[in-house]
Design a protein around this ligand. Structure first.
Ligand SMILES: NC(=O)c1ccc[n+]([C@@H]2O[C@H](COP(=O)([O-])OP(=O)(O)OC[C@H]3O[C@@H](n4cnc5c(N)ncnc54)[C@H](OP(=O)(O)O)[C@@H]3O)[C@@H](O)[C@H]2O)c1
Length: 284
C-alpha cells in the first residue's frame, strides 16, 4: 500500500515510517516538507503523492504551549488536520488520525471507552477534538486512534526525565492525582500496523494495558532502573504550576481494538522493554 505519514520526524511518526516501510511504499513528511496549516500546499502535496492511506501523526504536542496560545493550537491541530483530511479526500485515500486522551475532561471515576461523550478541558484537548470532528466529516474512510502518555526512545520523555533527575540527585516531586495509561510508541506503532490491515474503520483506544498515576509511573521507573532508594515526594497537581490543566482521570479502555484481537501489553511490561532496550533495566 502507498502510505503518506505526516509528523515523520516526530516520536511516533518516525517509528511508523521505519516499521511500515518494510512492507509498504511509504512517504514520510514533516514540517521541512510542508506546513499543514497551509491548505493549498498540504492538499496539493497529498494529491500529487497519490497515497491510498494518509496517517496523520503531525501535531503541536506542547500542551502548555497550546494553553498559552489556544488559537495557534486550533490552527495547527484542528484546521491543519482539516487540510490533511481534505487532501486525503481529494486523493481518494483513507485516513488514520492520531488523537489523545485529552479529548476527555477526566472527571469520571472510570476509564473512557471509545464512544463515550467527549469534553475537552484544555486548549490542546480542544484542538485534538476539532481534529477528530473534521476527520469524521471529511475523510469518508477513517480510523481515529486515541492514545495517552507516550514514551519513545530519543527525544523528550517522562522516563528519561525521571531518571535524569535521579542521576543528578535532584528532589523528585510527582503528581498523584493525574491518572492515565503510559504507552510505549513501539507498541502503539505495532497496533496501528495491525489496524490498517483490517480496513475496519472507526474509533480506537490504543494504550498499554493498565492504569496508574504519574507518581506510580515514576516509582516503577526508578525501582526497575535500580533507584529503589531514591525518594519521590507525592504532590497534588495544584502544586505543580503549569499553563495547561490536564484531565485528572483520563485512562482509555481499549474495547474496539481488543474485539479485533489488537491489544497492547501492560504498561509495566512496556516500561521494562523500554529500559531493557536502553540497557537501563536493573538486574534482579
Ligand atoms: N506525546 C504524547 O504523549 C501523546 C499523547 C497522546 C496523543 N498524542 C498524539 O500522537 C501524535 C504523535 O505524537 P508525538 O509525541 O510523536 O509528536 P511529536 O514527537 O511532537 O511529533 C510531531 C511532529 O509534527 C511536526 N509538526 C508540528 N507542526 C507541524 C506543522 N504545522 N506542519 C507539519 N508538521 C508539523 C513536528 O515538527 P517540529 O518538531 O519541527 O515542530 C513533529 O515532527 C500526535 O498527534 C499527538 O497529538 C501524543
Amino acid at each position: 500500500m502507498r502510505i503518506l505519514i505526516t509528523g515523520a520526524a516526530g516520536r511516533l511518526g518516525s517509528l511508523l515510517v521505519a516499521r511500515l516501510q518494510e512492507n509498504h511504499d511509504v512517504i514520510g513528511v514533516d514540517l521541512a516538507d510542508f506546513d499543514i496549516t497551509d491548505f493549498q500546499v498540504t492538499r496539493g502535496f497529498i494529491v500529487d503523492a497519490a497515497p491510498e492511506l494518509v496517517i496523520h501523526a503531525a501535531a503541536w504536542t506542547d500542551v502548555d504551549g497550546c494553553a498559552r496560545e489556544p488559537d495557534k493550537a486550533l490552527l495547527m491541530n484542528g484546521y491543519g488536520t482539516q487540510h490533511v483530511a481534505l487532501g486525503a479526500a481529494v486523493a481518494g485515500a483513507a485516513m488514520l488520525y492520531v488523537s489523545s486522551n485529552e479529548v476527555f475532561d477526566g472527571k469520571r471515576p472510570h476509564a473512557y471507552r471509545e464512544y463515550d461523550p467527549t469534553s475537552p478541558a484544555n486548549p490542546y484537548g480542544y484542538s485534538k477534538w476539532v481534529g477528530e470532528q473534521v476527520v469524521m466529516r471529511h475523510a469518508a474512510r477513517h480510523y481515529i486512534v486515541r492514545t495517552a502518555w507516550l514514551f519513545a526512545h530519543g527525544g523528550k520523555n517522562f522516563i528519561q526525565a525521571i531518571l535524569n533527575a535521579a542521576q543528578a540527585g535532584k528532589t523528585i516531586r510527582v503528581v498523584v492525582d493525574e491518572v492515565a495509561n503510559p504507552t510505549y510508541t513501539n507498541d502503539l506503532a505495532a497496533a496501528i500496523t495491525q489496524l490498517i490491515a483490517t480496513e475496519r474503520y472507526g474509533l480506537y483506544h490504543f494504550v498499554n494495558e493498565g492504569i496508574c498515576s504519574r507518581y506510580v509511573f515514576a516509582r516503577y521507573i526508578l525501582d526497575r532502573a535500580g533507584y529503589t532508594d531514591t525518594p519521590i515526594t507525592p504532590i497534588a497537581s495544584a502544586e505543580w504550576q503549569r499553563a495547561s490543566t490536564p484531565p485528572p482521570y483520563s485512562p482509555l479502555a481499549n474495547t474496539a481494538g481488543r474485539a479485533l484481537g489488537i491489544h497492547l501489553r501492560t504498561w509495566q511490561a512496556a516500561v521494562d522493554a523500554f529500559l531493557d532496550t536502553e540497557d537501563l533495566l536493573a538486574k534482579r
